[in-house]
Design a protein around this ligand. Structure first.
Ligand SMILES: N[C@@H](CCC[C@H](N)C(=O)O)C(=O)O
Length: 278
């Protein structure tokens, strides 16, 4: 069987997109996702994203498998790529979609400038919703000491549907991501593992970020991570509600609006199409 795919990237966070509109279950298994995400023996990607039929009145559903085969609840760069992918599939001129995800309903909108703006919903801050056991279930984990690799880090935990652990550092370039990242990701206080963001504040409206992603490792960008980082920055009085997040792959514009919802704007670029022999 041959399966067509389209490769997309959002600031270098790259995905294999599959038109799954005729099936309620993903056309690839997590094991196949691992194979096709391999950058030597497969296509190469940080994950596989499926455009599925909508649920509960939404236009479409998104499911994603990380490159390690795990299934996260949500993906920020990925949903921008999905919106672009759907617009091409539909060719209807429509530019806004309601997308069901395991992290809630997200609303991406293609802008005239070729960007995609996403209403990412409200962040979750209560420990049980991250989830983390760093503090008691109904408490919030804001600037809490966490011991990792023999060092104490002040971390803030935020869920954007998926878990994030954010810490502020003097110089993100000095962070040994490959050694520290897995120790945060697999720390016992994160029962579902976690994405980990290191943030360097350059101005109150401009931060630099590096990320170690759950199930994908060091990536060039993480949309949910950028959203979670601005929320953590506001909670720690480190940044403004509207902040530019500079990632290795480029910049995202994030706003944690006074209505409580987080909005993300950034690019989504089609790279190539192909056919999987499965
Ligand atoms: N890179 C994505 C996040 C993808 C999921 C993440 N690895 C997780 O497991 O939560 C983004 O742009 O948000």
């Amino acid at each position: 069987m041959n399966l067509e795919f389209t490769k997309y990237q959002g600031l270098g966070n790259d995905f294999i997109l599959i038109d799954n509109r005729e099936n309620s279950e993903p056309l690839l298994t997590p094991e196949q996702a691992i194979q096709w995400c391999d950058r030597h023996f497969g296509i190469g990607a940080d994950g596989v994203i499926f455009a599925l039929p909508g649920e509960n009145g939404t236009d479409y559903s998104m499911r994603i498998f990380n490159s390690d085969g795990s299934e996260p609840e949500m993906c920020g760069n990925g949903i921008r790529c999905l919106a672009h992918f759907i617009a091409e599939l539909e060719a209807s001129g429509r530019t806004e979609y309601r997308i069901h995800t395991l992290g809630g309903v997200m609303v991406p909108r293609l802008t005239a400038e070729g960007q995609v703006q996403v209403d990412m919903g409200e962040p979750q801050l209560v420990a049980a919703q991250i989830p983390t056991t760093l503090v008691q279930g109904e408490e919030k984990a804001i600037a809490i000491p966490l011991e990792v690799a023999g060092q104490t880090w002040n971390v803030t935990c935020v869920s954007m549907g998926n878990p994030h652990c954010i810490t502020f550092v003097e110089d993100v370039a000095a962070i040994p991501l490959e050694t520290l990242g897995p120790q945060f990701e697999h720390h016992p206080v994160f029962p579902q593992r976690t994405n980990t963001e290191f943030i360097q504040v350059l101005r109150s409206d401009y931060v630099k970020m590096r990320v170690w992603e759950r199930g994908a490792g060091a990536t060039l960008a993480c949309g949910t991570g950028a959203c979670a980082s601005v929320v953590a920055g506001v909670l720690n009085s480190q940044c403004d509600r509207r902040t530019t997040v500079e990632l290795p792959g480029g910049c995202l514009e994030i706003e944690w609006a006074t209505n409580g919802r987080v909005y993300m704007s950034g690019p989504a670029v089609q790279v190539f199409k192909g056919t999987l022999a499965i």
